[in-house]
Write a protein that binds this ligand. Sequence first.
Ligand code: ZN
Length: 322
Amino acid sequence: MKNQMVIKMRWHLTTAMVLAALAGLQAMPAFAWYDFGHEAVAAIAWNKLTPKTKERVTALLSKNPYYSKWLAQVPPRTSEEDKNMLVFSQSATWADAIKKDPNYHADGAEKGNKPDGPACAENLGYSDTRLHKYWHYDDTPFSPDHTTLPPHATPNAQTQIETFRKTLASDSPDDLKSYDLVWLIHLVGDVHQPLHCVTRVIHDDPTGDKGGNDCKLNGKPDNIHSIWDGIVGDAKELQPAIEFAKSLPEAPKSQAKKSDEKIWIAESYKLARKNVYTKPIGKTNGPFDLTDKYKQQARKIGEQRIELAGARLANLLNEELK
Ligand SMILES: [Zn+2]
């Protein structure tokens, strides 16, 4: 308790400095929970890591090509613990940030959104400058009007989480573990977003709505995928995400201890069918007008998924990096 007080006091002291330094943080492009949600997932996880795991992830993240960029966002005189936490939180957005980096390029089919062969599953480390956009989701197709379903694409978020966690537990070189770690920190967040685990196939959209991207809304944002990405918040700065993470209630232990990523994905799929594609979303691609009731329910689910993702990410890292 006393220790918590000290941490809290130290936190308040550094908050003003962090806010000042991060006010100028470059706005990142918006993808999947947006940066806000990913940073919150990581901040939740950080506080549940063992001291040994914290030390190990900090050493691995120092091998990422963006490490100096992350460090540059840490205000001077920040404690070592807070510095490492701020770096860890920023690392959760690396897999999205590279989409705007000219050193990386789209691969696969359909503007990089679909894998086009076994090479798409290669786990090569930082020498690989392919974006692997299709690693960000595991879109399980379903159809409310009995349209024939397209094949379930692989590799996807599930196959990659499975691959990366095995690497962390193996005796692979640290360079590869670093690459797999930043992907894992990101993907555990992604698969807790219901629309990263489903694609709705209808007669007029037989290849699927791409996780709700084709399902349109009146106004802004203009599709349900973006609504869910930003439902918990979309602040561009790091600090509000970290404050948000601290405000969430703990996830139920019975839920948090589930370690199989296939279960996380099945939960998201179920939530999408029940709570995403529900009134006022009809059985077409819209456009629709969302109600306040829909958004309130979505926010509640979003908060639960973020907290759960953070707790599960911590369990995963504590387990695999033993
Ligand atoms: Zn993503």
